[in-house]
Design a protein around this ligand. Structure first.
Ligand SMILES: [Zn+2]
Length: 142
């Protein structure tokens, strides 16, 4: 676990925990890191070295609790702010990228093949770890 001191566009400073440096980068890029004070997702690292916590047994439970609480927050954020597009994710990402549909935050499923194609086409998409994915909404009939 890595602790970052973060700062939002409104100058609030807060601390947040991430599984790794890559986790932070991924979540920040996807707009999933949110200021607990004002809800801004324009977040940058405060100028301070990340504190790396070694996983000693006595700390492990507390770390896990922090991680679970964060994962729950992220799931909630995605559920409230992202549009679930199911297996149309790759199509929808492409349509937004080409300007055919309005840019918005979406999440859904893509096959490894589709994910690779999106990356090759330079379309931004990040894999969502299963623990961060909200429950899939019920299928709509259409
Ligand atoms: Zn803020």
């Amino acid at each position: 676990m890595i602790r970052y001191e973060l700062r939002c566009a409104n100058g609030d400073q807060f601390e947040a925990w991430f599984g790794s440096i890559a986790d932070y980068d991924k979540q920040a890029e996807a707009g999933l890191v949110e200021c607990p004070h004002c809800g801004s997702t324009h977040i940058e690292k405060a100028p301070m070295a990340p504190a790396v916590v070694t996983g000693r047994a006595k700390d492990a439970r507390a770390e896990r609790a922090v991680a679970m609480a964060m994962a729950a927050k992220v799931r909630e954020h995605i559920k409230d702010n992202f549009d679930y597009v199911g297996d149309r994710f790759a199509d929808e990402a492409r349509r937004m990228h080409s300007g055919e549909s309005d840019e918005r935050a979406i999440w859904g499923e893509a096959t490894p093949e589709e994910a690779r194609e999106l990356a090759e086409e330079g379309i931004p998409a990040s894999p969502l770890p299963p623990e961060l994915a909200p429950a899939t909404p019920p299928k709509r009939l259409n």
